[in-house]
Design a protein around this ligand. Sequence first.
Ligand code: ADP
Length: 404
Amino acid sequence: MKILVVNAGSSSLKYQLFDMETASVLARGNCERIGIDGTLTYKRPCKEDIKKDLSIKDHRAAIGLVLSCLTDKDEGVISDASEIDAVGHRFAHGGERLSESAVLGEGEIEYLESIVEINPLHGPPALAGLAACKEAMPSVMHVGVFDTSYYSTVEKKAYIYPIPYEYYEKYKIRKYGFHGTSHRYVSRRAAEMLGRDTGELKIITCHLGNGSSITATKYGSAVDTSMGFTPQDGVPMGTRCGAVDPSVVTYLMKKEGLTPAEADKILTSKSGLLGISGVSSDCRDIRAAKEKGDGRSALALEILAHGIKKIIGSYIAEMNGADAIVFTAGIGENDGEMRESVCSDMDFLGIKINTDVNRNCPRGEDVDISAEGSPVKTLVIPTNEEYMIALDTQNLVIKNSERK
Ligand code: ADP
């Protein structure tokens, strides 16, 4: 079975074509700067990458280009678009109703449109991408995989905010959680690495990228996560502040005479690692600046490690223990110093890493960095959200064909 996975952003459309029989990627790439000018990248294993600058008017044009690359007589990997059995679409938000991956029919699309208000950044481009794909491939099944649905098992005590309950009823203001597909993938992979079933494990997964979140998964179900109503809560991120005293926001608005949109911009685009360091949102630049003696860069990294550590501790309390801590995404997979800072002085909680293994961790591989005899295992696992989306899509295709 061949599954196309699509992740549409406001000016980009990332894609991967999977051959599910061999669990391999046939081709992948990105259409960027959609609606501005346009760049298309097309990559295949063992072949030269193709990059073209060309006009990409909208998402419809982007998917048209992707299909023509995939089916190109010389450079293509399939001979016809009809070889694609289904399309899996990444959606950041599935609201309260879409609590698992679903075939996207009229009802589901209407619901996704109705929750755009609580998902203003990701919702519209994802829906535009879906509409374009449906138009280009009308006869195949289109499946939505929602970052939020992994958190459908979180209990009310963990997702209701202590503000007047009517705001939950009126506006659905609650914790939703994000990055669920990544947390689901790496927690399953962790169980495989430990040779055990997720149903018997307590796992804390740290997805640390430009956006970061930490999730507690107990016996196979998510019980808590650090992101909230929006992907803004939790640990400091590249440019997002993470958790701050809510009164800081209203105080700042009064002092600086900010509109809600201006305050949002400061908290989402000018805060986090960038805001503290004043150097960059990119962890690599901040590390380089720290090496040169920049104090605020050193502070930014310390604040991040401190924030991650506190959340891990709270989840160990929440689950009454942990079997594994997992690090994933750009920082989690590549920044050994960050992992070391987070895991230092955690032996009281049973977390001890082997610093040599941690420092020499090979890129792109699953590695157990725990010290020998450490009661809690610490693992580095490269995330693979696209494969998880492809798997969910395949499962729904199989389920549907069995029903027929
Ligand atoms: P996104 O959330 O956009 O998918 P990524 O998962 O790619 O982001 O993570 C981006 C972050 O990972 C950046 O802060 C980047 O600096 C960091 N990163 C990538 N490689 C390294 C590295 N070798 N060392 C430290 N940080 C790294």
